[in-house]
Design a protein around this ligand. Sequence first.
Ligand code: SF4
Length: 466
Amino acid sequence: MTPFSERAVHALDDKNLRVALDRATTQLKARRAEAFSSLDDAESIRDRARNAKLDLLGDLGNNLLKFEKRLKENGVHVHWAAAGEDANAKVIEIARRNQVKKVVKSKSMVTEEIHLNASLIGAGIDVVETDLGEYIVQLSEDKPSHIIVPIIHKTRADVGKIMHERLDVPFTDDPEQLARIARTKLRQDFLEADMGITGANFGLVETGAICIVTNEGNARMVTSLPRIHVVVMGIEKLLQSLADLDSFLKLLARSATGQKLTVYTTLVQGPRRGGEIGPEEVHVILLDSGRSSLLSGDLAESLACIRCGACLNVCPIYKNIGGHAYGDTYAGPIGSIITPGLRGLENWSELPAASSLCGACQEVCPVRIDIPRMLLRLRQTTTERLTTPISLRLGMMGFGAVAAMPGFYRLATGLGRRLLRLLGGNGWLKYRLLPVKNWTKVRDFKTPAKQSFQQMWQAKEKAGGF
Ligand code: SF4
């Protein structure tokens, strides 16, 4: 894979992408703000939700065992998967045992994370995404670029073109007609599928129920029409009780799309019982894949994420480069923690640096995850553990030595200031300055003030004036 910096530059060069991102993130941000303003006790709900989730994660092992017990009491088959490949193999095994030929899926980030679709197709099983955005992603052999809005990077015209080319229908960019085309195609898939696969927004320890929220109602079809329903969920997705779910549903819908409540909230509590419609078998695969090691370290708080996407919409980096540049399933500020956390820092050490540390992500996060703290921690670990370029190490050593000697520091910065002022006659340096040439390639460099802050301060003090 190309380095992050190259992927980011490539994204920055894509003007259409930036227009699409700007429009969508601005809209989502405004809707979120409006939705929260309608909630009187929003701040206390956020506190309650955060505390409930952190308490649960603090005793995750026992909570998982309780959840497993409830699931089994509800007639659900429970499987544990240490890694993504184990989860994929388990799904394929269940499919083969039940002669499954076609699978319908509802939107699920965790199955993106473990590349389940590719494994199913490799095993000769047809798989169809039924969330409209994910359906377009699948048709165009693309990848989702936002947790909530998978095709945030595409315009209506792009979608019309994809449907025209892949489904052999007349071109239109009218959203209603596009939805109608997808609905007609997907209806047939729902009726033909032998297995439905979903993720889980939440799993309730108290009752063993799986909660799935959608705006299109497709999860209801996926969980009720096929003979088999398989849930793939990360082990961190638990909540203790229905009372906690109430808080989380209020926060999730508002943070994700600015709704008071997502249109469809589905609670699955086992296979069908006498007289009911629904699957004959329900399986839950509890996936670790790096989560338990996250839990035991400095990044444990990231497991409280409910994948609402709000931190992406406010991030100045994400808003400019979109999700693909991050190189993996989870993008934006939280992705810059989760990806190195789950996949290892070695190949993902550039991501934590892709942040201005402005704190907007933490401010909007419904569970107040301290994203900036963890990004800084990852940067520190990168510096301690991984090989940093010799130029950077020498530079930092030099700065450390100079900064430790105040007299010398004043002399060096005074000389530097004078030199820079000499080079930049009208207040701006327009050259590509060697040590910071990547910075000055795209920005002019403001020349320093005549006096340092300390000199100004002393002069003010002398003049007797604060
Ligand atoms: S970190 Fe917070 S804001 Fe970002 S996706 Fe997760 S829950 Fe939402």
